[in-house]
Design a protein around this ligand. Sequence first.
Ligand SMILES: Cc1cc2nc3c(=O)[nH]c(=O)nc-3n(C[C@H](O)[C@H](O)[C@H](O)COP(=O)(O)OP(=O)(O)OC[C@H]3O[C@@H](n4cnc5c(N)ncnc54)[C@H](O)[C@@H]3O)c2cc1C
Length: 395
Amino acid sequence: MIRGSRVAVVGGSIAGCAAAAAAHRGGAEEVTVYERTAGQLAERGVGLAMHGGRYEELAAAGFMDAAMPSVRMTHRTWYVRDDTAASPLGRSLGVMPFPFLTYSWGSLWRELRARVPESVEFRTGSAVKGLRLTSRGVELDGERYDLVVGADGYRSLVRTIACPDTAPEYSGYLAWRGAYPESDLPDAHLWPADECAYVVFDGGHIVIYRIPDDAGGHHVNWVFYTAPPTGHVPPADGGRTLTTALADRLAEITSHRLPPFFAALIEATPAGDRFVQPLYDVTAPQYATDRLALVGDAATVARPHTGAGAVKALQDATALQSALRNADSPAEAFAAYDALRAPVGRTMVELGRSLGRALVQETPDWSGMGDGELDAFWRRADGSGAFGGRELKRA
Ligand SMILES: Cc1cc2nc3c(=O)[nH]c(=O)nc-3n(C[C@H](O)[C@H](O)[C@H](O)COP(=O)(O)OP(=O)(O)OC[C@H]3O[C@@H](n4cnc5c(N)ncnc54)[C@H](O)[C@@H]3O)c2cc1C
């Protein structure tokens, strides 16, 4: 039980909103969120997918609910370009179940933000500059807190104090991303609304699915994974701008290696709605010390092939909440939280690496593959069976 404690949460994105609600529900006296972005974060992202089983667990924990706009997927079809294929979608290598719900990042964030209780002070435009441990707690930009939760993303400041030797490791490749209204997609009727498409090529793949828009319709959301041109170095500030070289790389692969339907789908994206994200691996050796806890990407970053980054962040918050409720002291709560979540984080990072090798860095000869080979390929790549996130275990 942490009654009477003052808790600061650094970061007010998906993990931060959930952690603030968790600290409040876990008994904290006062919770303050520091988010460096001024105003709403809702316009920041595009789409994400969440496994239906993980959704059920998070709904039971009070972080998700059916009123959140989503699109239900049933299957994923793997497509490859084949110039002899009759269909403009190319040749299907196989179909797998895909029991996922898809969300627009912005509406998911708004829903989580709405779950942060009124009593929590949510300071936007507030970048935390420093924190240090003292005999009385944690001093954060001149204010004293009993506990600090780092929900400050892959370049976490809180992690530099909790785990000073941990740094993000660049994967060597990027995600190009885009989203736009389905009404702008040529021949949209050719592609089923409940299908997630995995379009594979030599050296990468694209994941494409529909997400809800804010008006009861759909957007087309795509993520395109491959290596950048030789010599490309990701900007240190995590900049997302598509340079001419990166735009040319996308255009070259789109026109020469994708089936016509999917090439048209990428090309229909307005230039201003395309951006790029370098992919990193982060594995903090521990999720918590006596007074500092890490949640979401601050603790571990698993490559998005795992389809579980938001799930992992919300599971962290769920575990933190029950650890805070059930333990006799904050230190005991943080130890229980660490024991529960650090192994899951490590599993997900390893899964991301394995899927990255299979789907980007060491792709097989797709042209010779059929249904049986595809199933064997996937079983090897998803060795731990954790695709979509590990089942949530309670603290
Ligand atoms: C290409 C791509 C595709 C993805 N697809 C999926 C998917 O399909 N499914 C899925 O579940 N997940 C997906 N993810 C992952 C998912 O988006 C993240 O794992 C998840 O949103 C967790 O985010 P977070 O809140 O931990 O971190 P962030 O969203 O990075 O938030 C960190 C916050 O901290 C703030 N901050 C940082 N430093 C400070 C400071 N010093 N002071 C104050 N504030 C600070 C930042 O402004 C930011 O708002 C994907 C990720 C990528 C890159």
